[in-house]
Design a protein around this ligand. Sequence first.
Ligand code: ASP
Length: 359
Amino acid sequence: METKRLFKVFGLFVMALAMSITVNAQSGQRKPTVYVLATGGTIAGQGATEVAAGYKAGSITVDQLLSAVPEIKDIANIQAEQVANIGSQDMNDEVWLKLAKRINELFAANNADAIVITHGTDTQEETAYFLNLTVKYNKPVILVGSMRPSTAISADGPRNIYNAVATAVAPESVGKGVMVVMDDKILGADDLAKTNTLSVGTFQNPNYGELGIVYNGKPIYSRQPMKRHTVNSEFDVTKLDKLPRVEIILSYSNATSLFVDAAVKAHVKGIVTAGVGNGNITTDMQNALEKAVKHHKIAVVRSSRIMTGPTAQWDEVDDDKLNFSASWFNNPYRSRVLLMLALTKTTDYKEIQRMFSEY
Ligand code: ASP
């Protein structure tokens, strides 16, 4: 009897110990692992003084950058990698492919719970959309930048980085596609635009409105992304080391066929037009584009230089007759990204048109 009771007490003691170890182990493990992949930009920029307007983007390393926000270590296990250190005006296919492959690799190996990418703001919308279509995992991928260099008074980088990591580790951020976190806003990659050359609140989702906000170090979402993304996308760049060449050509009063002719001569695979209004182009330019499709098998997608609203099919331009596609809600920059990826799979304008209605 006595021995039985002793065993019972001992059993309870062992159970309690096991539970406390589990809880401790869990609380240790509960900190998610976030990989910070740094690419440069103003967020890593340095100016001569705290007030000077001039600075050089992509000057400090990822470790220096993160040392300004030690608080992120309280919410995540941080691993940092320097992928590039450039002003994003020089962003290119090579870095895009490197990023997409590295992110897919980290998620496939289960090494990361989320990714934060530090990036210049000039082409952040293009990189975000490219990754939105090529990352094959549902886990959060967040781009972050700043409008003021790291040396400026009230530099916006550290707060943006904290908010990006806080958003990345939140369970509700899973399955939302690639996002940008800046100025306390959470923006979807499917409708992202830089709207102001200097303001810290430069990024917007001009058609659909922002996905949410970051408040008190936590994301608050108000909507889901509108378009197909990440895991759901049909694009796979794992085996690619370059992308088809696609150029953007602007239309304006008196625009001639000059740049279309040059693009044809340069053997581009696709042309996106930044047309006037609902993606209209001058007659001269349209004739040249028609020839580019017919005689050179170049894919043409009509987009618009207008910030909001769709470039709709069959409005003033008969897309089916010309074998053109219309970009719907994708601006010329996202259209270029999507057309590059589309051309890795097909040159059929009907298929390309389908992709533009879905992504
Ligand atoms: N030129 C810079 C860049 O895109 C601007 C910025 O980051 O805000 O890298």
